[in-house]
Design a protein around this ligand. Structure first.
Ligand code: DLZ
Length: 205
């Protein structure tokens, strides 16, 4: 036996057609990020999550993920985008909100809160260790903050942050390694985890 590691499939079939999911991803190490986001999206679609109920937001680096996810969960990003449109001269703005959320369009800045807009959030980042302690600090801060956010908010926040020592490890975990063995795309697992946790947390309220 080579390894005992890995994720066993859930015992029930998971139908994500009622779910609204937000992916928030960093832009550092973009090649790997893009593969991971594509893997997560593929599994969301496969599970039946509707295209119009999936929102993708980006932030600069992994360090920004916890705050962005907390804003997305609170619905504040919709308000912010609306204000941005006002600042741009009142351009008509259609918010990126899943269609089941009752939001009039175009949005006005009177919208106070969209709490409950998403059933699950997937935070995706790629942290590759360098020669300083930067990596350790960010890994620690981000993982703790994302865990706290999901426990405090009750909304599943899927930990889609690769914390790896080398570029090769990052490529392998995104299924795009250079050799014959491409590795495994962990983004797919995160998509599946979002569907499973989104459904279970709806049931467990
Ligand atoms: C600064 C930095 C470094 C050195 N490395 C990474 C990385 O490997 N992955 C990542 O997502 N972000 C990195 N960042 C950027 C920080 O996450 C953050 O965006 C900046 O420190 C600004 O807050």
């Amino acid at each position: 036996m080579d390894t005992i590691k890995g994720l066993e499939a859930p015992s029930e079939e998971l139908n994500g057609e009622s779910l609204r999911v937000c992916i928030v991803h960093a832009r550092w190490n973009r090649e790997v990020i893009d593969a991971l986001v594509a893997g997560a999206l593929a599994k969301l679609h496969e599970a039946g999550v509707k295209k119009e109920n999936i929102v993708v937001e980006t932030v600069p680096g992994s360090f920004e993920l916890p705050l962005a996810c907390s804003k997305v969960i609170a619905g504040s990003h919709i308000q912010a985008a609306s204000n941005e449109a006002d600042l741009l001269g009142g351009l008509s703005f259609t918010p990126k909100v899943p269609s089941r959320v009752s939001t009039p369009a175009p949005v006005s800045s009177s919208i106070a809160s969209h709490s409950g807009a998403f059933d699950a959030v997937i935070a995706i980042g790629v942290l590759i260790k360098g020669s300083t302690m930067h990596f350790e600090y960010i890994c620690d801060a981000v993982s703790h903050s994302l865990m706290k956010l999901q426990v405090d908010s009750g909304v599943p926040v899927i930990f889609g942050v690769l914390t790896v020592l080398t570029d090769e490890q990052a490529l392998e975990r995104a299924g795009i390694a250079k050799g014959a063995d491409k590795g495994h795309n962990h983004g797919e697992d995160w998509g599946n985890a979002a569907v499973e946790m989104g459904l279970k947390c709806k049931r467990w309220v």
